[in-house]
Design a protein around this ligand. Sequence first.
Ligand SMILES: [Cu+2]
Length: 234
Amino acid sequence: MRLALIALLAPFSLPAAALADAPKGTIKGTILFEGEPPERATLDRKSDPWCKQAETSLADDVVVTKGKLAGVLVRVANGSAGTHAAPATPAVLDQRGCAYTPHVVGLVAGQKLAVRNSDGTVHNVHARAAGKDVLNKMQGVKAADLPVDTATAKPGDVLELSCGVHPWMRAYAVVQDHPYFAVTGTDGAFAITGLAPGSYTLEAWHPTLGAKSMPIKIGTGPKASITARFSYKP
Ligand SMILES: [Cu+2]
């Protein structure tokens, strides 16, 4: 009984020594877009009065702000960072202003994905994995979050989401076998923490601009923190 209790409490009360030994490797960096970014098309959203009044009306395929690229998933290569359990809480894709927010989301294999409707209009959530439908459902105003079936999603898979009502809506859920990933915001910045010392491949992925990779090395002490930078071009 006592042993069982200790086992139950263990994840929440790590001894100080264990915390001090936790891997401290950190990769921080920026995703740049060099040169003239593609012009963001103005979306024609008058088919839906709710969407028409929403603030964002520019296409979100490629979002560059002052030379920084948003919506890039940066990760350590799958298969190189140990075995990790999926977080118990689902990743959330919100539909807000008739756009999926965020445009790109990361998942750990086995983690659930929930699609939310924060809009005052109806969406049709269409999710595909490897070209096959995993969800195709209407979601009304104030409806409960829709669960996307991620049970068969493997590390490296990308689930594509679209909306049958609003053809401009797109989102991508990218699956990893570890939690060492981050998605850039409009400042193009990312930070990945908690890596053990070692040599890794760092990968960047953008839905339309593609993938890039570079070797990196996490050391100890001052060499545990490194910076990395990827550049995309027109
Ligand atoms: Cu929609």
